[in-house]
Design a protein. Structure first.
Length: 369
């Protein structure tokens, strides 16, 4: 049932192009507009939304962090994202104009469920983004957008994460489409790019052998740091989480702009630092700032592992290891940038002799608070 792979995780990483395509299927019409009738929240109600709050745990929370960038950019609706376990206990301000988005692969995570119950008691509408048909979270929500990743067996989430991202983009773009913003042309262009993205994920998967080799060479290390900016920041957090849970290594993700506010003190000779580089097109200021960050850490001896877009030549002189990802719109980059980090963590775990599908102390769905 592992389809020829040694681990479910490897199979699930490989299934990502299909999972992404399946999650888009039937949701983009022939004219290139989104059709999300399944949302069961009327366009009128969506036009009245004045705040979005995303709640989730773990990897799903990282998808939520990326959703915030997309929602605020394409809809101009203020969006907060919060760990479900924190949200529930701090008396959050909610009302009927607040749209709460609960993201959960299993649909059974107790913290997320308690948070959504709390939101509904305050009169907010809850939209679930979920991978498990008929599970508790979608049953208790006002509406659901299912991800079509298929069953995810490995404890560490991979294909579910990519499809959560797709669902978040769909919601953001749909809100933008329904409400009509000045980003109309961009929204139409991104919908076209999204329709192509599964092929780009496939291309990343075809070039992962050097990443696996690199992972094996780092199996004896104790610490790996991850840096990113903008949507690359949650990608860095996700890369670090994968490494903790699978390789049992100390791994931390930082916003690259925070380096000089503390983390740069951690840099020492030969410390592996993975940097997720934003596209040089679009927000070129961010790109240039991260290139200086890479220079700074390399000057202090870090071993730089740079994930950068094809054609980005500015990073070449400072990359000890360069991982190329396809050109995508800035906000969609996490769909391709996360894949090498999953492969990296999986291979490191294998090299360290860990149980990839069943990491110690972890359960696939956390049904206690
Ligand atoms: C990480 C991982 C966990 C889950 C988290 C939420 O690889 O799998 O962090 O993402 O427990 O689970 P769901 O999405 O089922 O609510």
């Amino acid at each position: 049932e592992k389809g020829g792979y040694d681990y479910f995780m490897l199979k699930e990483i490989a299934e990502q192009p299909k999972a992404v395509a399946d999650t888009l299927l039937g949701r983009i019409d022939a004219a290139g507009s989104l059709t999300l009738d399944e949302l069961r929240i009327s366009p009128g109600a969506l036009r009245e939304v004045d705040k979005v709050v995303v709640i989730a745990c773990g990897t799903a929370f990282h998808a939520g962090m990326i959703a915030k960038y997309a929602i605020e950019h394409w809809t101009r609706i203020p969006c907060e994202v919060e760990l479900a376990s924190e949200f529930r206990y701090r008396d959050p301000i909610l009302d009927p104009q607040t749209l709460v988005i609960a993201i959960s692969q299993s649909g059974e995570t107790m913290d997320t469920l308690m948070a959504l119950r709390h939101a509904r008691e305050q009169g907010s509408r809850v939209l679930a983004i979920c991978n498990t048909n008929g599970s508790t979270i979608p049953r208790e929500s006002d509406a659901v957008l299912y991800t079509h990743a298929g069953p995810e067996v490995a404890v560490a989430s991979t294909k579910a994460f990519l499809t959560q991202l797709v669902a978040c983009y769909l919601v953001a773009l749909y809100l933008g489409q329904v409400r009509g913003t000045k980003w109309g042309d961009e929204i139409r262009a991104v919908i076209r790019d999204l329709a192509q993205i599964s092929g780009q994920v496939e291309r990343v998967l075809e070039t992962m052998e050097p990443v696996r080799e690199l992972a094996r060479s780092l199996a004896h290390k104790n610490t790996v740091l991850f840096l990113g900016r903008h949507v690359g920041y949650p990608v860095a957090l996700e890369g670090a989480l994968k490494l903790k849970e699978l390789a049992y290594m100390h791994a931390e993700g930082f916003a690259a702009g925070e380096l000089k506010h503390g983390p740069i003190a951690l840099i020492e000779e030969d410390l592996p630092v993975v940097v997720v580089v934003p596209s040089p097109r679009g927000r070129s200021v961010l790109h240039d700032k991260i290139v200086s960050n890479i220079q700074e850490i390399r000057a202090r001896g870090a071993r730089t592992i740079v994930i950068a877009e094809e054609g980005d030549e500015a990073v070449v002189p400072y990359a000890d290891h360069l991982v190329r990802i396809p050109v995508t719109p800035t906000l969609l980059q996490p769909l391709v940038a996360t894949v090498p980090l999953q492969v990296f963590a999986c291979e490191l775990a294998t090299a360290r002799g860990n149980e990839v599908d069943q990491p110690r102390n972890l359960a696939k769905s956390v049904t206690v608070e």
